[in-house]
Design a protein around this ligand. Structure first.
Ligand code: HEC
Length: 121
């Protein structure tokens, strides 16, 4: 009985460690996004759409969120390249977007943000 418990505990630890390794750490720059965006599965969208599962999703298609006509028209899948372009300069990538964010001008940080978003699944 005792050893069975130890085995289960060890297995749980291994599982926790491997799922943690698959996660990309949240970049500090994401603090600027978090006031408007939820990132947890099933969480209601706030000022902006929930970004859980945004990787590969077509822009402007989350059911519980009312997008700008500009974002719906843009309609591209959120690939790494498209995310970086949008994060770097939202109003150039999607003219008419209602996302009020000036853009992350450091390409390295924009890349980290894109990698973090792609890991939310
Ligand atoms: C002031 C609030 C606000 C901030 C800050 C903000 N966003 Fe947004 N975001 C929005 C809104 C509003 C939309 C919807 C835009 C539209 O419909 O035109 C959006 C849309 C998006 C989308 C498209 C999602 C989809 O479902 O198509 C992505 C990706 C995104 N934001 C990422 C970010 C990232 C990354 C940051 C931080 C660097 C950020 N946002 C900062 C409000 C914000």
């Amino acid at each position: 009985m005792k050893s069975g418990f130890a085995f289960a505990a060890a297995a749980a630890l291994v599982f926790a460690a491997s799922s943690a390794a698959a996660q990309v750490a949240k970049p500090p720059a994401f603090a600027a996004c978090q006031s408007c965006h939820a990132v947890t599965k099933g969480q209601k969208s706030g000022m902006g759409p929930n970004l859980f599962g945004v990787g590969g999703r077509k822009a402007g298609t989350l059911a519980d969120y009312k997008y700008s006509p500009a974002m719906v028209k843009y309609g591209q899948p959120w690939t790494r390249a498209n995310l970086i372009e949008f994060i770097s300069n939202p109003r150039t990538a999607v003219p008419g977007t209602k996302m009020i964010y000036p853009g992350q001008k450091n390409p390295q940080i924009a890349g980290q943000l894109a990698d973090y978003l792609l890991s939310l699944k």
